[in-house]
Design a protein around this ligand. Structure first.
Ligand SMILES: [Fe+2]
Length: 269
């Protein structure tokens, strides 16, 4: 069985192409590679309803299951309507959303997923907690601080989300786990330090709260998004996959089809 993985499409940020272009091009590539299940690791757009419409459109076009976890951008709202907990509840009730709804493939395999959240553990130690909580550095602000409000500190959110994943995995018995998060759950996928600004901004890339999950459970694949890398790494029997399409300015070409073909990763189980 072939499972397609992609992340961080950010189709609404592309001024040249439409929603339908993205549905068409991604669906064609998924079909071409004989994929029968598609996983999307978040950051479809900056609008939760639009992001979900995209998942539904893919599902209809492909006539297969398409599962996703929301990324931080999918939670974004303007200041006057900011209610992140309500958006989270919206996502949780969707049948294609993996949060608190693991997907059993067969007796051997299951997909468990969550947005995950950052806990500042990847930031340089010279920044204190208050500075990281404020998210301001060298004249700019980490945008989640403006458009997301969990009503709780990031560290508490990260811990709670990781515990939800642990509970989901425990329900899966002896199955091998394909774990999908939007946030990075392994330090090797952060921006290498020292870096002019990412010494600070790595705080908002990932979390250490999954370390224990990797040690204890049969995670075979770990899918992540958020950092806009396209990178795979195998370590201690776990294949870590970051299959981000990213912003058009980060592409190597101006060709959506080529970039999608390059970003889409296919797992064979
Ligand atoms: Fe992203």
């Amino acid at each position: 069985m072939k499972i397609g993985v992609i992340s961080d499409l950010h189709f609404d940020r592309d001024t040249k192409r439409t929603f339908d272009d993205y549905v068409k091009v991604l669906s064609a590539e998924v079909s071409r590679r004989d994929v029968t299940l598609l996983l999307v690791a978040g950051d479809m757009s900056n609008d939760y309803e639009l992001s979900y419409r995209f998942i539904v459109a893919l599902k209809h076009q492909l006539n297969m299951d398409v599962l996703f976890v929301p990324g931080n951008h999918d939670y974004w709202q303007s200041e006057d309507e900011l209610n992140t907990l309500a958006v989270h509840d919206y996502f949780k009730q969707l049948p294609e959303c993996l949060i608190e709804r693991p997907y059993i493939i067969n007796d051997q395999w299951a997909v468990v997923g969550h947005s995950g959240w950052y806990n500042y553990s990847y930031a340089d130690t010279r920044f204190d907690e208050a500075k990281l909580a404020a998210g301001k550095f060298k004249g700019s602000t980490w945008q989640d601080k403006l458009y997301i409000d969990w009503k709780a500190p990031d560290k508490i959110v990260s811990r709670a989300f990781a515990e939800t994943v642990r509970r989901d995995i425990e329900q899966m018995g002896d199955r091998h786990i394909i774990l999908m998060t939007h946030m990075v759950t392994d330090k090797k996928f952060t921006v290498p330090l020292p870096h002019r600004i990412f010494d600070f901004y790595n705080a908002y890339i990932g979390t250490s709260d999954f370390d224990d999950i990797y040690n204890k459970y049969a995670v075979k694949y770990s899918i992540m998004g958020h950092v806009h890398f396209r990178k795979t790494l195998v370590e201690r029997g776990i294949t870590y996959i970051c299959a981000c399409l990213g912003y058009t300015r980060q592409w190597r070409s101006d060709d959506l089809q080529q970039e999608v073909a390059n970003a889409l990763y296919v797992i064979e189980i």
